[in-house]
Design a protein around this ligand. Sequence first.
Ligand SMILES: NC(=O)c1ccc[n+]([C@@H]2O[C@H](COP(=O)([O-])OP(=O)(O)OC[C@H]3O[C@@H](n4cnc5c(N)ncnc54)[C@H](OP(=O)(O)O)[C@@H]3O)[C@@H](O)[C@H]2O)c1
Length: 254
Amino acid sequence: MNADIPSSVTVVTGASGGIGRSLALALARRGEAVVLIARRKSLLDEAVDEITKAGGRALAIACDVTDREALRAAVAETEQYFGPIGRVIANAGGGKRAAGSTLNAEAIEATMRLNYMGTVHIVEAVLPYMLARGQGHLVFVSSLAALLGLPGAAGYSAAKAAVARLAESLQIDLAPQGIDVTLLYPGFVDKGNKKKRKPLSMSLSRMTDLTVRAILARRRCYIYPLSLRLALGLVRCLPAGLRIALLGRFAKKS
Ligand SMILES: NC(=O)c1ccc[n+]([C@@H]2O[C@H](COP(=O)([O-])OP(=O)(O)OC[C@H]3O[C@@H](n4cnc5c(N)ncnc54)[C@H](OP(=O)(O)O)[C@@H]3O)[C@@H](O)[C@H]2O)c1
């Protein structure tokens, strides 16, 4: 590895926008070399430009996380370009809201492929490198929606719960091999659309600060923000009938 290249290399999937882009920029400001992965290359290039102009190191790789081979190639390219990958943030994900009455297998499969298989693919690609070195850090971006089936989120809640169980299982299996696993359950990010504002949402910068802190501290599990964590905890304690009625009212309102 080149002497002037930072030893800490982080790969972020879903880095062309939203949380992934913001995390990549924040980690680059802290001196990490960052590799930004997503499908929209022009947006990735803009982010890389911003990082390099500020004196950081970054590489853009256009790639679809549902494509297993493409992610293998992206990881190999990163190792060649920057050297050992220290951390992967499996962030690419999302899902459209859909009423349960419109349940559709293709849509649910697509949500699962993006959120769950997309995470499996990047972890599978990087794991042999980390295992060979006996060190590494895997960060899984789940969601508070994984802790409770939310209205209009049948596919998304299930896919994010799958991501969480994957992380928990790997946490146990990989600890003896020197690989840390961080499981994040973020709440809602306020994307500036007043009509679509979700309860107890955070600004992107607050979300980024909290996430970076949790990642650098190598927290095993982080559920945030506290306000939404407590609110969801309370809802989970309600008798099922009351919980369903309450969430149903919330669904009607939003
Ligand atoms: N926003 C929230 O309130 C919230 C709350 C909890 C958890 N989360 C989770 O946090 C993560 C980021 O959310 P976000 O709000 O930042 O989402 P976002 O703004 O919609 O960005 C999603 C990112 O994922 C990328 N992506 C989507 N499909 C992809 C694919 N097939 N292959 C590669 N990249 C793909 C997108 O880039 P391209 O389109 O260029 O590929 C984009 O960079 C997601 O996992 C989401 O589920 C979000």
